[in-house]
Write a protein that binds this ligand. Structure first.
Ligand code: IVH
Length: 702
């Protein structure tokens, strides 16, 4: 952890620390879940380690945060459904990590101090490669393999006995003699590089899922409900630890591993005893050099106090033993060539450049793409097509380009020119400006908004969202499904659904789970929004920086969509934004964004099509000429956004008369949840009934 991070933590108030801790804990839990249950890492190992370190540092400064639920007390994630659960009588622990040689020296020092050893007393560590696979626990009774389990969350794992019977290096019956009556051997299940590549080739040929790396392949192969699939996957095992054991066959770590080997387990041949920090570092470096040539992934070297009586004395600190540490290898690097630079457009319109690379193997994984983040990153590193670049793969995240090897640059390489048009829809792109500071930001965004296929679904979702058109029954899922099926491509298409259904062009009743009733409900909900307040209409367009408040200001100022469009186009033409900036609350950046939006012909087209379908209501005039001035209003039922007395006060401030009972003279009944007799009476008398939102719309959302 850097000093500044530590300073940050020291400066936190207890409340701020608690909220940061909660955020970190949530993030870690989600990462654990994805990693352990779905074999789908969300972030790189290095990023994950950084999160954990920050969490631990917070807990060191604020010990009250280290409660029972803290991820620091847990290892892994709870088991996935599908397999029977297995309680680990002796928990399966994790390891503390070291990243620098200094951390390793500190570890050895801590152990010495804890055991009260003098500087000259011998302290031996067993160094073992840290295999990058999945740990498993194998139970033997009277020499027979009876139960095999995953680690799960360290306390409860999954019963994968049937699968483990097909793993090489796991004896079904212990060999030799002298084994304890009960023995749980623990170790790592992994897949060799060769088997990984062959498996992926087969998967690809069969059109099946290709695994990102050997660890994921091993995980996916082991957790098969059908063990015959595991059998085809050629998994292997290295033994390095134990759980419950009725009798110890040795009094050292190295002696234990030797016993496992005698009984028929595979053990790693690179393990070695080290008599001090120099020997530990030497072994670490040796193994690091061998790493690229090994046929399996390792991600560090584990050092364990060799004497078991000392291991016992040292004990554990919550999730990891005090007697062991994992010295991790730095992220892996390789050199390759940039064949092309392509631009991808995300859901929100941001253009992300990606380097297409000459495929290269980095730590057992073939890498063919690397993210270039944004235009600035390319410019700063001057990355050009044809360049040799050093790339880095940390964990399972998209690899990064670290640097260009300038001495290998081809003479004809030219600087990369970032496109000024969206490669997906052809609209202009513009650099984000921070609306608060007015400073340019790194992201470059497509202005195609509604018409850009890359952004459409997101825009449509926004269009129907609660504060925009608020179409009941048309949520995110439905929008995606309708979009995927080609029923809705632009906002106006929502309003033509019914006509198209009637004309027989589409048939919504054919949709799974849909019938005449759900279709009728949807059409009713859509038709209920054919009249929309101008501010909601503006907000629904999803113009960047134009939130509800700005939309309201614009609606009040311009009154109609036509006026707003005219002002925006004029501003764009003349470069004079004062029609916008004169509005209190609207600055230069927002003004420009609005003008840019209208400058794009596609956007005007989208708006024109919506206006063919809906009627936009001008906003109510302020005070004096309030739309409810002189009207008689009755509130009934429970209101959500305000109390009854607030509602009354606001209505009266707008010139309405608030009454307690409904009569023929009542103009509006505003009915909240559980409205009863007054609502019935209003219905009987034909008095206009509004729900709370409609009322707020009527009075201008104030
Ligand atoms: S010892 C009580 N030794 O690393 C200590 N773990 O980060 C238990 N691992 O869960 C672990 N190689 O899956 C140990 N030689 C080795 C290892 C090893 C790989 C894995 C294991 C463990 C994880 C901890």
């Amino acid at each position: 952890m850097s000093d500044s991070r530590q300073d940050d933590i020291d400066g936190l108030t207890p409340e701020a620390a608690r909220s940061r801790h909660a955020r970190l804990a949530r993030k870690i839990a989600e990462c654990d879940r994805q990693y352990y249950q779905f074999d789908a890492p969300l972030i790189s190992d290095a990023e994950y380690d950084a999160l954990r370190r920050e969490l631990l540092a917070l807990e060191a400064a604020f010990p009250e945060l280290a409660d029972e639920d803290s991820p620091s007390r847990r290892v892994g994630a709870a088991p996935a459904p599908g397999f029977e659960k297995v309680e680990h009588k002796v928990p399966m622990l994790s390891l503390d990590n070291a990243f620098e040689e200094n951390d390793l020296a500190e570890f050895a020092h801590r152990v010495r101090r804890f055991l009260g050893l003098g500087d000259n007393e011998e302290l031996i560590f067993q160094g073992e490669p840290k295999i990058d696979g999945l740990s498993a626990s194998l139970r033997y009774e009277e020499g027979r393999f009876v139960l095999g389990a995953t680690r799960g969350d360290g306390r409860t794992g999954e019963n994968i006995t049937a699968n483990l019977r097909y793993v090489e290096g796991i004896p079904h019956q212990l060999q030799g003699s002298g084994w304890p009556r009960v023995l749980e051997v623990r170790g790592e299940v992994y897949m060799s590089h060769k088997d990984f590549e062959e498996l992926n080739a087969r998967q690809q040929a069969a059109g099946k899922k290709v695994f990102a790396n050997p660890r994921n392949a091993a995980a996916g192969s082991l957790r098969q409900l059908d063990a015959s699939v595991t059998a085809e996957r050629r998994l292997k095992f290295f033994a390095y630890a134990w759980g419950e054991i009725s009798e110890l066959p040795a009094d050292t770590q190295s002696g234990m591993v030797a016993a496992f080997a005698r009984w028929g387990f595979s053990v790693n041949p690179l393990s070695r005893l080290c008599a001090g920090i120099d020997e530990m570092i030497a072994l670490y470096r040796e193994i690091e050099v061998m790493r690229p040539d090994l046929d399996y992934d390792i991600d560090g070297v584990v050092f364990k106090v060799n004497r078991l009586d000392w291991q016992e004395r040292l004990g554990n600190i919550s999730r990891s033993p005090r007697w062991a540490i994992a010295m991790k290898f730095p992220a892996e690097k390789a050199v390759t060539i940039v064949r092309d630079i392509e631009i991808q457009v995300g859901r929100t319109g941001v253009l992300t450049p990606v380097a297409r690379l000459e495929p290269v193997t980095v730590g057992g994984v073939v890498v063919a793409n690397a993210t270039l983040h944004n235009a600035d990153y390319i410019a700063e590193k001057d990355i050009r097509i044809g360049d040799h670049v050093r790339i880095q793969r940390a964990g399972d995240v998209i690899p990064q380009v670290l640097e260009v090897l300038l001495d290998k640059r081809p003479p004809d390489a030219v600087p990369f020119v970032f496109p000024d048009r969206c490669p997906v829809c052809g609209s202009h792109v513009s650099r984000d400006i921070n609306a608060k500071t007015g400073e340019p930001e790194a992201a470059i965004r497509c202005t195609g908004g509604m018409i850009c296929p890359a952004q459409r679904v997101e825009r449509l979702r926004h269009f129907v969202s609660r504060d925009a058109f608020d179409i009941e029954g048309l949520g995110k899922k439905q929008i995606q499904a309708f979009f995927d099926d080609g029923l809705i491509a632009a906002p106006a298409d929502i309003f033509t659904l019914e006509a198209r259904q009637q004309a027989g062009e589409i048939d919504l009743r054919q949709r799974e789970g849909w019938g005449a009733q759900s279709m009728a409900n949807l059409f009713r909900a859509i038709n209920a929004r054919r009249h929309i307040s101008f501010d909601r209409f503006i907000y629904a367009l999803g113009i960047r920086h134009v939130g509800q408040a700005t939309a309201r200001l614009l609606a009040r100022e311009f009154q109609t969509p036509e006026n707003l469009a005219r002002a925006a186009l004029a501003a764009n033409e003349t470069g004079d934004f004062s029609a916008f900036t004169a509005i209190d609350g609207i600055g230069e950046v927002v003004a420009r964004t609005i003008a840019d939006f209208y400058a794009e012909p596609h956007n005007r087209e989208v708006i024109a099509r919506i206006l063919e379908q809906v009627t936009v209501e001008p906003p109510p005039a302020v005070a004096g000429e309030s739309p409810v001035a002189g009207k008689v209003v009755v509130f009934t039922g429970t209101l959500e956004t305000m109390t009854r007395s607030e509602a009354k006060a606001r209505a009266e401030a707008l010139g309405a008369r608030v009454s307690g009972s409904v009569s023929a003279k009542t103009d509006y009944v505003v009915a909240g949840a559980a409205a009863g007799s007054k609502r019935k009476k209003a219905e009987a008398l034909g008095v206009r009934i509004l729900n709370e939102r409609e009322w707020l719309d009527l009075i201008g959302g104030k």
